[in-house]
Design a protein around this ligand. Sequence first.
Ligand SMILES: [Zn+2]
Ligand SMILES: [Zn+2]
Length: 394
Amino acid sequence: MPSLSPRIRVRRFLLAALVAGCGGGSPSDQPRSLAPRAHEDGPRDTAAMAMMDGQGDVPASARPAVPDAHLGQWLLMTNHNHSGYLDGRKTLTTMMQAARNAGLDAMSLTDHNTMKGTQSPEFQNPGDLVMIRGMEWGALREQGETVLGHACLLGLEGDQPIETHFSLDQMLTEATERKATIVINHPFARNNQWLQPDPDPRAHAVEVWNHWWALVSPVIHNNEALAWWNKALARGQRLTAFGGTDNHGHFYDEIDKPTNMVLAARRDSAAMQAAIRRGHVSVLASARAARPVLEVDADGDGHFEALQGDDLPLSGRLARLKVRIRVQGGKGLTALLISKRGVLTRRRLEQADAELLLDVAARTSDEGFLRVELRKHPDRWWSMTALTNPVYLR
Ligand SMILES: [Zn+2]
Ligand SMILES: [Zn+2]
């Protein structure tokens, strides 16, 4: 391992020590991971890893064009925020201003096991920011119980939090009844992992990107969450990949790392949740990082009818698809087109604003889905800059 600057060494130590599971649970002898460890490509260049996180110089106001056959606007959303109403270190007002300063449109508030902050005057009068009410549920482990797993419950109806003595199953049942958009949080985080072999079908999304992509790797294991999600997609499950800052107001937390780019029909909480469930989402390293959009034209008429998150019916036949990948601010990055079979093709982006047109022969049983990752180094998992949700081949 190359020698690190003292600053990076300090940051890594603090991240490992302080970010370890956002519930701060007691040490556990539970297995850290139920999934096989994701493939790693060679030794980690830790200093470079640090620089990968949140890179980019795209103006926050620049947004990709609205895709064919879809209405609305791309909005930038920060998710999974803890405010001073319970366990955060910054006031909600400060965090909301930070979101505006970063150029974000929307913010969810997800304090641990409380909805108190959502009833506050500042939450109720957010000005130009779309506020999404929610809580982060986590079981309180008493008397040796091993109920693990956190979830962001967005748009949860009612003001009472869901009980902390519930099992995962009870929580999911009540969250569903109260119409929450359910996000499985950091499924491989040490001491707060989900002890389920596969993502629960009642969940709408999974936080594949918690905090800074690679720097939290020793405790959060984003790459394993990504592999878990990819496996679920390969089985045909519909599940949105989503990002969460897990912002507790620590000095190393930032309101926009990562940022979700959501194609919402309207600028309000309900429309954003509908788009999240629909999978019209890309996850970006930050509000300034490159922005990919994936579309597919199945009949060659030049009209890209399927956007990331959409179902594309192929009726079992081998189809010749036109795939369009548009990227804002991606110069020097490599776009990888990924299916159930792995990486189908990779292209280096030579321009700041790029449009790739690819011919792809695909069959539902072979490819299953198509999705895009943007990486600085195509073979280095830690150099992730952004990812799209899949077009589901049906
Ligand atoms: Zn958590
Ligand atoms: Zn959290």
